[in-house]
Design a protein around this ligand. Structure first.
Ligand SMILES: [Zn+2]
Length: 152
């Protein structure tokens, strides 16, 4: 007979594989970016463009050198190097991880797309001083903040 720990471990493994199926579109993108970053690191050892810094509740947190503050694809969270110390940014991205777990295949159309469009709108239309406040006060950013307990 199985112990309670073995049963729970079995459920954990099932959840792990289920998430790979349920969140496949964004997980594949996140994984492809990770592979690309690792390849870049192997080519140029002086300037590693990305590195995994740790994990939080099953999400892999990677530090990257691009301009955007943060972006999440399934279990992969990418945050800008300079803001790696900002817990708020990492937690906000973890909010997107939770959205991905809830929405599965609908994450990219319902969260990813509006997020990108609102970011572009903020850059083109919203006054620089109001950009951050405007961006994080609407859907789906406020929801991600709420899911991860970020207070702005
Ligand atoms: Zn966001």
């Amino acid at each position: 007979m199985k112990t309670i720990y073995e049963v729970l471990a079995g459920w954990g493994a099932l959840r792990y594989y289920w998430r790979r199926v349920w969140e496949q579109p964004q997980t594949l993108i996140g994984w492809a970016i990770y592979r690309w970053l690792v390849r870049g690191m192997k080519k140029d050892r002086r300037l590693p463009p990305g590195i995994a810094r740790g994990s939080y509740d099953g999400a892999l947190i990677c530090e990257v050198s691009w301009r955007w503050g943060g972006v999440s694809f399934g279990e992969y969270i990418y945050v800008k190097r300079l803001v790696i110390a900002s817990t708020q940014t990492v937690m906000h991205e973890y909010g997107h991880t939770r959205q991905s777990r809830m929405l599965g295949p609908l994450y990219l159309p319902l969260v990813g797309l509006p997020s990108v469009l609102r970011r572009l709108w903020a850059m083109k239309v919203v006054r620089p001083l109001d950009r951050e406040r405007w961006y994080y006060s609407g859907y789906p950013e406020r929801w991600a903040d709420r899911l991860s307990g970020v207070m702005r």
